[in-house]
Design a binder for this molecule. Structure first.
Ligand SMILES: [Zn+2]
Length: 288
């Protein structure tokens, strides 16, 4: 039987969108940094077009306002658009009102520029953290039906978070959580759908995690950032741990993605949503 198509998601942001950093975390400085999101995203789009792959792009409102032609290409080539917030704000570091204002501004900007309704969300830096986050109800109230922000990997997320598409119930209504691929890294739960643990893992380990997920009926949801594939990424002022998280293993990302897409074209999140709508497992004990 042919391998199921992996789900590819792209967080559409600049290389300097690093939450909480004294230099890069300040939106007032962002227009002073060289923009790289255009050429790096075009490398991804060229690969996806060549391999007949599709993806869901979680777009920052800030990016949508500055790069309308990039969004136009994404839509024209059949990809989906979701929302990554407006100014890359971590949900767990601001008030719910402030988070709502950022989500609302981001969704409005992405819809306005793309001309598409936006109903899928990914929080900056996995900052919803837990399946009982009050931000999930807020997302329902703001018109989202799908979220892909929960990692079942501490300390980024919680071990109790879903590891498969799961309908979460909140007081204003349900939202379908579609979490990224989780595997193991030296015996510990690890994010293998993307990020530094995936980049530093052997490709065979990631492929085994994808195969194990599909054997359990779980779609392999992968994620990538344009800056991870940028051959001309600007130098950054980062301390050692953030430097590792940002840069380690970056050179592997594009060739690995190319091998994957050539073997099995990727699909956007809606491919999972339509399947999950036939009977997602519900999460017990999720706060109403
Ligand atoms: Zn981000």
């Amino acid at each position: 039987m042919a391998a199921p198509n992996p789900v590819l998601t792209v967080d559409l942001e600049e290389w300097f969108h690093v939450c909480g950093h004294p230099l890069y975390g300040d939106p007032a400085r962002w227009d002073g940094f060289p923009s790289r999101v255009g050429p790096s995203t075009e490398l991804l789009l060229d690969l996806l077009a060549r391999t007949r792959s599709r993806a869901t792009f979680f777009v920052l409102g800030w990016i949508a306002r500055r790069h309308p032609s990039l969004l136009a290409r994404i839509v024209r080539e059949g990809h989906e658009v979701g929302c990554h917030g407006d100014l890359h704000v971590r949900a767990d570091e601001v008030s719910l009102d402030a988070f709502r204002a950022d989500v609302r501004a981001g969704k409005a900007a992405v819809e306005d520029v793309s001309g598409r309704a936006v109903t899928a969300f990914r929080a900056p830096e996995w900052s919803l953290r837990r399946a009982d986050s009050p931000a999930l109800a807020l997302l329902v109230e703001e018109g989202f039906t799908v979220d892909s922000s929960l990692q079942a990997v501490p300390p980024i997320g919680d071990r109790g978070n879903p590891t498969r598409p799961t309908l979460l119930h909140t007081s204003p209504g349900p939202i379908l959580e579609v979490p990224p691929l989780v595997g193991t890294f030296f015996g510990f739960p690890a994010m293998l759908g993307g990020g530094w643990t995936a980049r530093l893992s052997r490709e065979s380990r990631v492929r085994r995690a994808m195969a194990a997920a599909s054997e359990s009926g779980i779609p392999a949801v992968l994620y990538v950032h344009p800056w991870e594939v940028d051959p001309d990424h600007p130098a950054m002022e980062l301390s050692p741990i953030p430097r590792l998280v940002h840069f380690a293993g970056r050179g592997r990302v594009l060739p690995r993605l190319a091998r994957l897409c050539e073997a099995t074209p990727t699909v956007p999140l809606s491919a999972v949503v339509s399947g999950a709508a036939r009977g997602p497992r519900e999460a017990p004990g999720v706060a109403a």
